[in-house]
Design a protein around this ligand. Structure first.
Ligand code: NAP
Length: 293
């Protein structure tokens, strides 16, 4: 089994906390050191035993770490990478959990200097709408996919080690190019979030009387969008700013399909509507069969 003595988590929130808890549960790590921004979050992570001790972006915390996970919003990554680049040990593997990947690869190229070959970019395809150290739990990644996007030149041993850590968390791992990841996630994750933010935003702008009826009768569909639209505003701002091209491309296709649907409704083309709804139902079945529901 894969094992390291010291794991450092930079950003002890939903993802960083869950990674720490999952690896602690399997005995894959000795000590977990958390590096945070606010004293409150670090105190909470200590209290909940998500981490064993608090650290900082300094040599004492980083030089003997076996693995460092960057689990901060993507917009925070360059500053964090810059701060730790010269402090890492020669064998320390670095990874991240950012939801966008080409930009993170580019940031690492600019900021990580000598540690670059041991940086393995990653993205666990698992999450909830909650954030902060209280929201982490050990089984978050169980049965979920984790995508790694190591660019050419990445140390193969580092990639292999990281695959084994994610497997220890219960994940299945797929390796792909960062640009391919960003296109795929634009449609599977980023566009659905944008649609949810839009529809819930539309309701937020309605007059109060209508709004209260929407909330009262929300179980008819609206409720499911509100869960996604409750996701962390800072994290999602950074996702859209950092995966702009792929999101705009998918949004263009979506807008065309929406217009076609609008036309079908206007002209009473029931057969078109039914054909589409039948195809979409099959996709839901596929997700259930793949145990990703
Ligand atoms: P989160 O729960 O909000 O946790 C982020 C943590 O990072 C917070 O505790 C925050 O500290 C800390 N932080 C922010 N800036 C920092 C800095 N400069 N230095 C040190 N700590 C800092 O967010 P999350 O959902 O875990 O997301 C973390 C990363 O995982 C993001 O890159 C996101 O794109 C990615 N991701 C998220 C999901 C998801 O569903 N949420 C899924 C896959 C990947 P404070 O509490 O003090 O502000």
């Amino acid at each position: 089994m894969v094992r390291i003595d010291k794991l450092v988590i930079v950003g002890v929130g939903l993802i960083g906390g869950s990674f720490a808890l999952a690896l602690k549960a399997t005995g894959a790590v000795g000590r977990v050191i958390g590096v945070g921004r606010s004293a409150r979050s670090i105190a909470r992570a200590l209290e909940l035993k998500v981490i064993d001790a608090a650290g900082a972006l300094d040599a004492a915390t980083l030089s003997d770490a076996g693995l460092v996970l960057l689990a901060v919003p993507v917009g925070q990554m360059p500053a964090v990478m810059r701060s730790l680049s010269l402090l890492l040990g020669e064998r320390t593997i670095v990874t991240d959990a950012g939801s966008t990947k080409q930009d993170v690869v580019d940031m690492a190229r600019r900021e990580l200097r000598g540690a670059l070959p041991r940086f393995v970019p990653g993205h666990p395809i698992a999450g909830t709408e909650h954030s902060g150290p209280e929201s982490g739990f050990a089984t978050l990644f169980d049965g979920r996919w984790c995508i790694l996007t190591p660019p050419p030149g990445t140390d193969e041993k580092a990639v292999e080690t990281l695959v084994r850590f994610w497997q220890a968390c219960g994940s299945q791992v797929e390796v792909m190019e960062a640009a391919h990841h960003d296109k795929t996630l634009a449609i599977t994750s980023h566009l659905p979030h944008l649609i949810a933010y839009t529809i819930v935003g539309t309701v937020a702008d309605l007059e109060e009387a209508t709004q209260s009826e929407v909330i009262k009768f929300s179980a008819s569909g609206f409720r499911d969008f509100t869960r996604i639209a409750a996701s962390d505003p800072v994290m999602w701002r950074d996702v859209f700013l950092n995966n702009r091209e792929a999101v705009l491309e998918m949004l263009g296709r979506f807008a065309e399909d929406l217009t076609a649907l609008q036309r079908a409704i206007r002209w009473g083309e029931g057969d078109k509507l039914e054909a589409l709804f039948t195809r979409t139902r099959a996709i839901r079945r596929g997700i259930i069969d793949a145990k990703q529901a």
